[in-house]
Design a protein around this ligand. Structure first.
Ligand SMILES: [Ca+2]
Ligand SMILES: [Ca+2]
Ligand SMILES: [Ca+2]
Ligand SMILES: [Ca+2]
Length: 407
């Protein structure tokens, strides 16, 4: 028996249950990550779900639907002739939900497979739409008073809050990546594996090349003395890049990385960790310098980004991750230290000694520790949440509300 699991049993850690509290079947397909925000500013959080059939659903935290909207509703007959009825209306990326026009109410902005960008008010009424020339799989970002969104037509659109195109920046290749804005610079990936940096006039400053496709958002990591960019690529690597476009390090996995990393101080030692899912089936936890701390292997691809929160209320963070193996995993944020070789274990167990006497420098390594595992019977495409509730979405249109119940 491993010493750590022995201690766990001794102190009966992990009391309580983490399970599906409610399952909502939309009958559609969901690829985009759910968004949690107080959309109507009443002090309670809502969950916004989008489907590949073009639906937008808004639920309260109990899973009751507040309203829905379908992008099919507002196109002209002429437009409808050109749209693939099966996929053309689809929303595959997370919407932006922000007060873009400063009127004190939040708007919802997203793009569709047909290439149309929509802005809805917080009750689902259309404020404006705008056409691009190809599919949109990028999420919009809002910065510097403008909406920025990439299209497969090879442009980033910079849009004013009232729906006028302020600027179109040519990025050389189609994109599914979500732009990031930082200090007068725009960063976006493309289908050729490039990360491009532009200034606000739309001039290219540099290009960083990976050997895969970039489908996620570049993430700015603020360290004590510097900022760096973390970039997932389907070339299997997580790339760390300086703001000048130079490679700082890369972390290699054995599969494509489709989603952006999550940054969290898992063990609360004041230094952040980086959490990344890969199509090598693993959830990887790295130091801020890209050194592997530990990894946990599921049975299939880990595509969506994970969530970190203290789900079981024990004061320590967990990683909640979804896998294409149809399970949701709750992993101990600090991993579990396992001894490779423990001399005289029976002697230790026999003694009624204080466990602080245990050797702490024996050879061993930290591995992922699975605290809870929930079989959902469908591929997990998105996962998000708060301490009180995790929300997962599945490919075949289920929305799962998961909660922890103390024993
Ligand atoms: Ca609300
Ligand atoms: Ca507003
Ligand atoms: Ca840490
Ligand atoms: Ca915890």
């Amino acid at each position: 028996m491993r010493i750590t699991s022995f201690i766990d049993k001794l102190f009966e850690k992990n009391k309580g249950f983490f399970k599906i509290y409610k399952k909502i079947e939309t009958g559609k397909h969901i690829l985009a990550k759910p968004k949690i925000t107080d959309i109507n500013l009443d002090g309670e959080l809502e969950t916004i779900i989008t489907t590949t059939e073009g639906n937008i659903y808004v639920y309260n935290l109990e899973g009751e639907k507040l309203w829905e909207h379908n992008t099919k509703e507002i196109i002209s007959e002429e437009e409808s002739m050109f749209i693939d009825q099966q996929t053309g209306f689809g929303i595959t990326s997370q919407p932006l939900i922000e007060d873009i026009n400063g009127d004190g109410k939040k708007e919802i902005i997203f793009g569709t497979e047909y290439g149309k960008i929509y802005a809805l008010n917080s009750e689902g009424k259309i404020l404006w739409t705008l056409n691009t020339n190809s599919s949109i799989r990028s999420s919009p970002c809002f910065a510097n008073g403008k909406i920025m969104i990439g299209s497969k037509d090879k442009y980033i659109y910079i849009i004013t809050p009232n729906g006028q195109i302020d600027q179109k920046i040519f990025i050389g290749h189609p994109t599914e990546s979500t732009p990031t804005y930082d200090n007068e610079k725009i960063f976006i990936g493309n289908d050729e594996g490039e990360l491009k940096c532009f200034n606000t006039q739309g001039q290219e400053i540099w290009t960083y090349k990976t050997k895969g496709k970039i489908t996620s958002q570049p993430i700015i990591l603020k360290k004590l003395s510097e900022k760096i960019i973390l970039l997932s690529s389907t070339d299997n690597n997580l790339h760390a890049i300086s703001l000048d476009g130079d490679q700082l390090w890369k972390y290699k996995t054995e599969g494509s990385i489709y989603s952006e990393p999550i940054i969290s101080d898992l063990d609360e030692d004041g230094i952040i960790e980086i959490i990344i899912g890969s199509c090598d089936n693993k959830i990887h936890v790295l130091t801020e310098n890209g050194i592997k701390k530990w990894a946990y292997e599921t049975n299939f691809w880990v595509v969506p980004s994970a969530v970190t929160t203290d789900i079981n209320l024990d004061g320590k963070k967990e990683i909640i991750a979804g896998s294409y193996d149809t399970n949701i995993y709750v992993l101990s944020g600090s991993g579990e230290f396992n001894f490779d070789f423990v001399p005289g274990i029976s002697g230790i167990v026999m003694q009624e000694s204080n466990f602080s006497d245990l050797p702490n420098r024996d050879p061993g390594k930290t591995e992922g520790q699975n605290l809870y595992q929930i079989e959902t019977k469908d591929i997990i495409t998105g996962i998000t949440g708060t301490r009180k509730q995790i929300i997962a979405t599945t490919k075949n249109g289920n929305i799962l509300l998961l909660r922890y119940t103390p024993q």
